[in-house]
Design a binder for this molecule. Structure first.
Ligand code: CO8
Length: 259
């Protein structure tokens, strides 16, 4: 397995776990960390034994944002020429296998944005979310102004982006940013059990389901429903669709060919 400096990876059954691990900076997302994260995502994406991923941090911080110390002296030319953020970061939103964010502690700025790039967020009761970039004289740069309103609506997104305040896990669940909140001690067990359940499904069905839900955020309702209909029809080409329905009719457990 590749040796990483800023993350740790492990597998549990068909689940690939990536842990952000830069404790001295509360997992601030420096360039090396983002590069390693991209490599780990690529490796799990390519591994036929992995059906779902979990992205997590420490009890204290999922990630406290982009690395401010690394950013502070950069010029417009620097960030423009290297297309800062686009390279590396987008990979989290581009993996085709499902990925769950398991968030404890701070998920701020780029950390909150990275959690939102995952398919859904399971939070511990100690989690804190926010987009504090305004307090640094800048704005979210990894999708915060676009993804946050889609999760929580305009009013709450404006409140968070314009004040830079943090919200706790209860508020994040109320407004739909997270799918569920669990006690800190249960966070990883819950996230891994959820990922195992997903990884136990037919992989092609899981991947097209993810693609179809994501389409809802990128198109009109009519186009989205048309896309869903065509994709649903296409699942009739899957061996596993035939097996799933046959297993139901035979009152037996489906034996997926593609997992
Ligand atoms: N960048 C660099 N270092 C950080 C960051 C960060 N984002 N967050 C914390 N650290 C460091 C601290 O400097 C400190 O280091 P040191 O011990 O050397 O002084 C160490 O981590 C521990 O932090 P604190 O002592 O501050 O810990 P506290 O428990 O007192 O406070 C907080 C925790 C409230 C989370 C506080 O650390 C904080 O406010 N951090 C900054 C949060 C923030 O503003 N995040 C947004 C960053 S901007 C951003 O994400 C833009 C995204 C756009 C895309 C970016 C692409 C790269």
């Amino acid at each position: 397995m590749t040796a990483y400096q800023n993350i740790k990876t492990e597998t549990k059954g068909r689940v690939g776990i990536i842990r952000l691990d830069r404790p001295k900076a509360l997992n601030a997302l420096c360039a090396d960390l983002v590069r390693e994260l991209g490599q780990a995502l690529d490796a799990f994406e390519a591994d036929p034994n992995i059906g779902c991923m979990v992205l997590t941090g420490s009890d204290k911080a999922f990630a406290a944002g982009a690395d401010i110390k690394e950013m502070k002296d950069q010029t417009y030319q620097d960030v423009f020429l290297k297309d800062f953020i686009t390279v590396g970061w987008e990979k989290v939103s581009q993996v085709r296998k499902p990925i769950i964010a398991a968030v404890a502690g701070y998920a701020l700025g780029g950390g909150c944005e990275m959690a939102m790039m995952c398919d859904f967020i399971i939070a511990s009761d100690t989690a804190k979310f926010g987009q504090p970039e305004i307090t640094l004289g800048t704005i979210p740069g990894a999708g915060g102004t676009q993804r946050l309103p889609r999760f929580v609506g305009k009013s709450k997104a404006m409140d968070l982006v314009l004040t830079g305040r943090m919200m706790d896990a209860a508020e994040a669940e109320r407004c739909g940013l997270v799918s569920r909140v669990v006690p800190l001690a249960d966070l990883m067990n819950d996230a891994i059990a959820t990922a195992e359940k997903i990884a136990g499904m037919s992989l092609p069905a899981t991947m097209v389901a993810k693609e179809a839900v994501n389409r809802a955020f990128e198109t009109t309702l009519a186009e989205g429903v048309r896309f869903e209909r065509r994709t649903f029809h296409a699942t009739f080409a899957f061996d596993d669709r035939a097996e799933g329905m046959a297993a139901f009719a035979d009152k037996r457990k489906a034996a997926w060919k593609h997992r």
